[in-house]
Ligand binder design. Structure first.
Ligand code: SF4
Length: 334
């Protein structure tokens, strides 16, 4: 690990001023905000992240979970994953988010990891974390070791010839199905970003993962008001039952009128280079009957554009079955 400067601002303004140094630095990676530290510190120890300045934002008042005037919920960037998962309003109105969070990591990690940090969780591609191997995401232009290497856990949707890394988060899949918005403050002021616009496909620039600019800080995430009668569910399939990333997962938010599907939002994890919303699956579900034929049609549509690599072809069928099972469970609950 390289030596770095360390600051602990006590106000949002101070933190943003420190972050603003990143917007003028030659490399935006020179300044990093740290909260729970469950991703950044690991990567610094591995020399994957080498910031010159680390800004600890844990003293900022960004840990609250509160209702919005419109009836939604605003979750502070520093709200711990465990606190969000167990919050009564989240469990009551946004079950898919609670289930996704509780399926991730371990109790100890969930006690530390934050909402904002989880949004920026980095890929678990083994080559990204090993500086002995070429990786376009870690070192632009160096090549991708995974395309001809170990890629069993990597993405089959949204890939490019330069990167096939999967997004590892569970939280972000649920937030995508819930159509969350992300509030950001930085050197260019405040802005709100819908989650479907937040993540970038790798294309030829896999080192750019989000639309955040240098110095931008996530301050909160807002969930829209729950619609009466909506049901939601998160299903995660993985190699072992705990402390493991998804091979495939599905977040479902459905509104039913009897057996008729009035509205559907579908997102998938473990298979995409970003939390993967599937308008194709939603289109197949919308207006249909909640039965196996409709669910299978939605699953086929969702995976139609899948492009597996040498070791992860099994994910195509796994993701379809995951989606069907998640839809069966969602529609079976009262
Ligand atoms: Fe790096 Fe992406 Fe290739 Fe993995 S898949 S080695 S993260 S460029």
């Amino acid at each position: 690990m390289d030596a770095f400067q360390f600051s602990r601002p006590t106000s949002l303004n101070q933190a943003i001023q420190l972050g603003a140094k990143a917007s003028t630095a030659q490399q935006s990676a020179d300044v990093r905000f740290v909260a729970g530290g469950t991703t950044l510190i690991d990567l610094m120890k591995l020399n994957v992240e080498r910031p010159k300045q680390v800004v600890d934002i844990n003293l900022l008042p960004l840990e609250k979970i509160e209702p919005t005037p419109e009836g939604g919920l605003v979750i502070g960037a520093l709200a711990r994953n465990a606190d969000v998962a167990l919050h009564p309003a989240v469990q009551r109105d946004y079950a898919v988010l609670s289930q996704a969070l509780l399926s991730g990591a371990s109790p100890q990690l969930r006690n530390m990891a934050t909402t904002g940090g989880n949004l920026l969780q980095r890929t678990r591609c083994v080559y990204f974390r090993d500086t002995a191997h070429a990786c376009n995401k870690r070192e632009p232009g160096s090549g991708c070791s995974a395309i001809e290497g170990h890629n069993r856990t990597l993405a089959i949707l949204g890939t490019s010839k330069d990167c096939i890394a999967s997004n590892p988060s569970d939280q972000n899949v649920a937030l995508t199905a819930l159509e969350a918005t992300i509030q950001v403050e930085g050197p260019r002021g405040k802005r709100t970003i819908p989650i479907h616009e937040f993540y970038l496909l790798p294309g030829s620039t896999p080192h750019r993962e989000t639309v955040l600019e240098p110095g931008d800080m996530i301050v909160s995430v807002t969930l829209p008001p729950p619609s009466a009668g909506t049901k939601s569910h998160y299903l995660k399939l993985r190699d072992r039952a705990a402390y493991e990333f998804a091979l495939a997962s599905a977040a479902i938010v459905l509104k039913l009128d009897g057996k008729k599907i009035e509205s559907a939002r579908v997102a998938m994890g473990g298979v995409g280079t970003k939390p993967w919303r599937s308008p194709e699956a939603e289109h197949a579900l919308q207006g249909g009957t909640a039965d196996m034929a409709t669910f299978r049609k939605a699953a086929e549509a969702a995976l139609k554009s899948a492009r597996p690599a040498s070791e992860n072809g099994f994910k195509v069928e796994l993701a379809k079955r995951c989606l069907v099972r998640a839809l069966v469970t969602t529609t079976a609950t009262t």
